[in-house]
Design a protein around this ligand. Structure first.
Ligand code: ADP
Length: 511
């Protein structure tokens, strides 16, 4: 239908319906149900016809009235245009500008009407074809159908004579165009032109292969380098490990040798020490007898010849007697010292009872010095009875002995429970000890005073140290000259590994 407004309808003798519209005259075939619009163009009064203005004469003529008069025709006399129009592509445009072969670097080698193939770059992204059907009867009613194979799926039909495409991908296409004449007679043989769009270099096969080769090659190079590096590092590491192993083996050998030598030396020392202790014991033990004899004879002489000897002889015998007494006490101390640890069975020791015994033994000395000794309740510990007694006794004797002149000695004994130890403190108000001597006094035969000042042998504190260590503890002193001294020592609460402690103490003594 040329238009949707029908002004009048008439049937001709052959059965076709003729319709006048606001856009010309149309013929409807009721059998085929099709319209034919284009035969009646030459000489019509106007495209616009008037409503109801239609008449069929007895001669079979049809009349339609319109805005400029009327038209009369006999349908039987109307000739149909049977001419099949050839179609040609008459213009090719890039970016809406016509291309001619004469231009420099033109895409066309010859005129567009002769061209069968055009090669374009991917950058030439807007292309237009103009075409025409060579049918000159009412040519504005010629119809066209075109399609770009490779891009369009269906034919695009209409009266327009132009086709534009934009941004085509690289590849090959064929542009085809067909046409019909004004009476809708189609030329089925399409005119075609091949379009080749070259891709950008990064989409070309050679570039893709090259890029792939570069990527693969680069990866291979990187991997090979990495492997080489790792191999080199591995070799360096292996060398280092080898060197370290050799060093380790060497040092282990040296260490073993040193340990073996030390063990041998230790054994040697232990042997020597045992011998020495035995010697000290035997010597001091055997010395007791002749000493006792000397002492008792001197005593006898002093008693029997009293008044018969001159004054000098009396004085000499007194010296002999004093020297023998001192020697007796020295020998007794040495014997005690060498006997420590002989008894290896630990027992429960009530420190309160021990202290009572010691205070009873030292009763005379305490009274003579007018000493005050106070203590808190002491614990029951696992230890060696005699040794603990000796320890308490030595510390108390020292506290009384090293008192300040004209001051009554005061001793405070306290104890505190630590995590694994008891810590005992024997604090006095005596003469005190210089800082530089605080370690030294625990070494055997180390004394800070001569005998005329204070009696002693220098064994007492070394004896105490040995006893404390036998009980898995430590001994130290906090003191200052004139400020008194506080002797601290610890005793293990749990004596689980007695033999180990004993061995350690013995080792320390050996060293
Ligand atoms: P000593 O037989 O001389 O008492 P010790 O081994 O018992 O030997 O003591 C070593 C030295 O430590 C003593 O000579 C003394 O100088 C010092 N000393 C020990 N106890 C005390 C104390 N409570 N106050 C001051 N000095 C002390």
């Amino acid at each position: 239908m040329p238009d949707n407004t029908i002004n009048s309808i008439l049937e001709d003798d052959t059965g076709y319906l003729w319709l006048s519209t606001n856009n010309g005259i149309s013929r409807f075939d009721p059998e085929k149900k099709s319209f034919k619009n284009s035969s009646l163009y030459n000489g019509i009064q106007s495209f616009e016809f008037s409503q109801g203005a239609g008449l069929k004469t007895s001669k079979g003529e049809i009349l339609f009235g319109g805005v400029n008069g009327f038209n009369a025709f006999n349908p039987a006399n109307l000739a149909e245009n049977k001419n099949v129009p050839p179609v040609v592509i008459i213009n090719f445009k890039l970016f809406n500008k016509s291309v001619t072969p004469a231009e420099k670097n033109s895409s066309l080698k010859q005129d567009i009407t002769q061209t069968k193939e055009i090669t374009l770059s991917y950058k030439q992204s807007i292309i237009t074809f103009e075409f025409a059907a060579l049918g000159f009867t009412a040519s504005e009613k010629n119809q066209y159908a075109f399609k770009l194979e490779g891009f369009d799926k269906i034919w695009d039909t209409g009266y327009h004579r132009m086709a534009t495409y934009t941004n085509l991908d690289a590849g090959e296409y064929t542009f085809k165009v067909k046409a019909s004449n004004n009476d809708g007679v189609w030329n089925e043989k399409a005119t075609s032109i091949k379009i080749i769009i070259t891709p950008p270099f990064w989409l070309t096969w050679w570039f893709k292969i090259m890029a792939l080769l570069i990527v693969v090659g680069g990866t291979v190079v990187i991997i090979t380098r990495r492997i080489n590096n790792i191999e080199a590092q591995k070799i360096i590491l292996q060398q280092q490990v080898q060197e370290q192993t050799i060093k380790l083996v060497q040092s282990t050998r040296e260490e073993r040798k040193a340990r073996y030598e030390a063990e041998e030396a230790n054994k040697d020392l232990a042997q020597k020490n045992t011998e020495l202790e035995q010697f000290a014991y035997i010597a001091s033990h055997d010395l007791q007898e002749p000493l006792r004899t000397t002492s008792s004879f001197v005593e006898l002489i002093q008693k029997q010849y009293k008044g018969q000897l001159d004054e000098r002889a009396d004085k000499y015998f007194n010296y002999i007697q004093e020297a023998s007494d001192r020697m007796k006490s020295l020998i007794k101390n040495l014997l005690d010292y060498s006997r420590i640890g002989n008894k290896k069975e630990l027992e429960q020791v009530d420190c309160n009872l021990i202290l009572e015994n010691v205070l009873a033994d030292l009763h005379v000395a305490i009274q003579d010095a007018d000493a005050h000794i106070s203590h808190e309740s002491l614990p029951v510990i696992m230890g060696y009875h005699n040794e603990i007694k000796q320890l308490f006794q030595n510390l108390l004797i020292n506290a009384i002995k090293f008192r300040k002149k004209d001051t009554c000695p005061e001793v405070i004994i306290s104890v505190k429970k630590l995590k694994n130890n008891w810590e005992f403190i024997f604090k006095d108000n005596g003469i005190g000890i210089e800082e530089e001597h605080r370690e030294k006094i625990f070494i055997i035969f180390q004394r800070l005073h001569n005998r005329t000042e204070y009696e002693g042998s220098g064994i007492g504190l070394s004896y105490c140290k040995k006893i404390v260590e036998l009980h898995g503890g430590k001994i130290w002193v906090e003191s200052g000259p004139g400020k008194g001294s506080a002797f601290h020592f610890t005793i293990r609460v749990n004596e689980q590994d007695k033999s180990k402690i004993y061995e350690k103490v013995m080792d320390d003594i050996l060293i």
